[in-house]
Structure formats: structure tokens, C-alpha cells
Design a protein around this ligand. Structure first.
Ligand SMILES: NC(=O)c1ccc[n+]([C@@H]2O[C@H](COP(=O)([O-])OP(=O)(O)OC[C@H]3O[C@@H](n4cnc5c(N)ncnc54)[C@H](O)[C@@H]3O)[C@@H](O)[C@H]2O)c1
Ligand SMILES: [Zn+2]
Ligand SMILES: [Zn+2]
Length: 347
């Protein structure tokens, strides 16, 4: 057998399953992985909307999943055939100036390339460049489903949301966007014991999951959202506001919610220009931070999954066979209609 099925992006609004050659080792640092489980990300939806210019027609999508190593290049040291691995959304060479600064998201030969500038994980097989720095061994203490969340959802929520947002014990936090990544921030923010953890979304079902995962308060986004958040925070606004949507409207809401001295941590992928209201914020002593996930926390988060220290129940809501990818995209793209959060794809 020399061909496989792969989900290929064909330009704005268009993707389909296609036969492709099974990838082969190209560089000594590569691994070839047979996919076992994968998922679809909000970022894949941004690609389909045409928001991500670097991802061009013909690209196999996907940057989240686990699989079994089939073969490794001659210089791969940490993995062998038959290892079950979590593939990180971020590829890291480990030696370029950005990797050495602790910013593999900006790796000169890597970063977010899978399902973007090189073929990704929504395929029966995938080639993983810089395998040593871009994969983690699966653990026994967590399900495959939970470990799929370690590719992107958990490290992004934690690094871009919680760490960049400087969540502190006893502080107030608002997460705007209760999608899987926003929920990743909800789960990992609790490692720092904030006094209030407010989650805002348009989708009641997603808010119910946020509540189950530890949100202290949930708010259906609407004309009174700012008032409601101020009522919960002694009229001050929140110390940390995490933008986990990627739209002008939600980023503008974050600017209204941040307390004096607070931090806005943007993790949403934005496809168009957004206003920054300095006429109001210039004297608020705020910090605005942006970040692409580095996945530098993945090993720690996987350890916590292994020992049951992170609760992620309810983030994965739907399972699809790989042959039904178009149904999976349709369900994820119309999440509110289907009470959907994260799609699990089984090969
Ligand atoms: N920075 C990074 O490295 C990185 C990594 C992964 C994902 N992302 C981005 O993170 C964001 C979230 O990803 P996801 O997979 O959870 O996406 P998602 O699309 O499933 O979730 C977005 C949520 O925002 C809600 N929403 C929409 N408009 C809103 C509004 N006005 N107010 C409040 N909520 C609103 C939606 O109902 C939905 O629940 C996306 O933009 C994704 O591209 C960034
Ligand atoms: Zn993702
Ligand atoms: Zn690098």
C-alpha cells in the first residue's frame, strides 16, 4: 500500500478527503507516524475562512493528534518505531535562536507548520519534522482522548492564556470564549486558585461545560455583559482577561473588562484589523500580551494528565471515523446547533 486518505484544503470554504502518497522520511530528524486519533481546531476553521494566508491550497490540514511511530530518521534519538506519541502543534528544532530563547512557536524551521506550511495530521500517516522536539510519549494514566488535548488545547490555554495573563492566587479572571481552548485556560487557570473565574460565550451549552470544569460564574455574551462582570468584581473589572475567540468584537469586550493594572492575554487568531481603545485605556496601567503557543509546558501538562491532576471531562463531545471528516467539520463549524465542543477523529 503506498497511498493513504488525507483531508486536503482547497482554498476558502473548501476541503475534502483525497488519496495521497504515504509520506516518507525526508530529513534525518523526521519521524513517520500512523495516526490513531486526531482533532479539529478553531484554527482549522480560521484556515477555511481564509484567515491564514500561509496555508495554501493543496495542504493536508491538522495539527492535533496522537499516533504510532512507524519509522524514524537516522538522527532521531528519543523515539523508536511502535512508540505511541502525542504530536505537538508546535514543531521545535531545539537549536535555533528562538528555540533557545524558549520560544519554539517561532522556531526558524518549525513553529506552527503542521497543517499550515507542511502537511498535517488529518491523514492516515504524517511526517513529523524535528521529531525529537515535536513529539511526547503517551502516558498510561490518561485516556487517548485526554492526550489529544495535549497537542494544542491545554498548552495554548495555559501558556497564551494563564501564563501570559499572569493569573494570581485570589485574582479575578474572565475568559472570553468557551471553546476548547478557552476551556483549556479555564482548567489550567485553577492551578493558580483565582478567586473568580468568569467565562463568557454566546453558547449556553459551552458555558455549562465551563461551569462543570470550575468556572465560578458564566455569562451569555450580550448587551449587559460588561455590567454583569463589573457587578461580580466590585465595579473594578477583572485582573486577567483572556481573549479566546479571535474576533474584533470579543477583543473589544476584553478591553472593556480589564481592571486598572490588569492584563489582557490574547490567544485568539485574528484575521482582520482590531481597534485598540487607548483613548480609554491610556491611564489604566494595563498590559496587553499576545503569543503563539510554544508547547513548552506540554511535558508538565501531560504529567498532570497522567496522574489525574487535570480535569478535562466534557471537552471532547463528538467522535467521528476519519472517513466522515466532512461531517466532523460541519458539526464543529455549527457547534451551537449540535451541542458540540471538540471533535475526536478515530482512524
Ligand atoms: N495563539 C495560539 O497559539 C492559538 C493556538 C490554538 C488556537 N488558537 C485560537 O484560539 C481561539 C479559540 O480556539 P477554539 O478551538 O476554542 O475555537 P472555537 O471557535 O471552538 O471557540 C470560540 C468560541 O468563541 C465564542 N464566541 C464567538 N463570538 C463571541 C463573542 N462575541 N463573545 C464571546 N464568545 C464568543 C464561540 O461561541 C465559541 O464557543 C481561535 O481563535 C483559535 O484559532 C490560538
Ligand atoms: Zn489547534
Ligand atoms: Zn528552532
Amino acid at each position: 500500500m503506498s497511498t493513504m486518505k488525507a483531508l486536503v484544503y482547497f482554498g476558502k470554504g473548501n476541503c475534502a478527503l483525497e488519496d495521497r502518497p504515504i509520506p516518507q522520511i525526508q530529513d534525518p530528524t523526521d519521524a513517520i507516524v500512523k495516526m490513531v486519533k486526531a482533532s479539529i481546531c478553531g484554527t482549522d476553521l480560521h484556515i477555511l475562512k481564509g484567515d491564514v494566508a500561509t496555508c495554501t491550497s493543496g495542504r493536508i490540514l491538522g495539527h492535533e493528534g496522537i499516533g504510532i511511530v512507524q519509522s524514524v530518521g537516522s538522527s532521531v534519538k528519543s523515539f523508536n518505531p511502535n512508540d505511541k506519541v502525542i504530536i505537538s502543534a508546535i514543531t521545535s528544532c531545539g537549536s535555533c535562536k528562538f528555540c533557545r530563547k524558549g520560544m519554539p512557536g517561532h522556531c526558524v524551521e518549525g513553529g506552527w507548520i503542521l497543517g499550515n506550511t507542511v502537511d498535517g495530521l488529518q491523514a492516515e500517516y504524517a511526517r513529523i519534522p524535528h521529531a525529537d522536539g515535536s513529539m511526547h510519549k503517551c502516558v498510561r494514566g490518561a485516556t487517548e482522548e485526554e492526550q489529544v488535548l495535549a497537542s494544542d488545547v491545554l498548552p495554548t490555554g495555559f501558556e497564551c492564556g494563564v501564563l501570559n495573563g499572569q493569573v494570581q492566587p485570589g485574582s479575578t479572571v474572565a475568559v472570553v470564549g468557551s471553546g476548547p481552548v478557552g476551556l483549556g485556560a479555564v482548567v489550567t487557570a485553577q492551578l493558580y486558585s483565582p478567586a473568580r473565574l468568569i467565562v463568557i460565550d454566546l453558547d449556553q451549552n459551552r458555558l455549562r461545560t465551563a461551569k462543570r470544569l470550575g468556572a465560578t460564574d458564566v455569562i451569555v455574551s450580550g448587551p449587559n455583559t460588561v455590567k454583569e462582570v463589573f457587578a461580580l468584581t466590585d465595579g473594578e473589572g477583572v485582573d486577567t482577561v483572556i481573549e479566546a475567540v479571535g474576533l474584533p468584537k470579543s477583543f473589544e469586550l476584553c478591553q472593556e473588562l480589564v481592571a486598572p493594572g490588569g492584563t489582557i492575554a490574547n490567544l485568539g487568531v485574528h484575521g482582520c484589523k482590531v481597534d485598540l481603545h487607548l483613548q480609554r485605556l491610556w491611564d489604566h496601567n494595563i498590559t496587553l500580551r499576545t503569543r503563539i503557543v510554544d508547547a513548552s509546558s506540554s511535558q508538565m501538562l501531560i504529567k498532570m494528565l497522567d496522574t489525574g491532576k487535570l480535569k478535562t471531562d466534557g471537552i471532547l463531545t463528538h467522535k467521528f471515523k476519519f472517513g466522515d471528516m466532512s461531517k466532523a467539520y460541519d458539526t464543529f463549524g455549527n457547534a451551537a446547533k449540535h451541542n458540540a465542543l471538540k471533535m475526536l477523529i478515530e482512524f
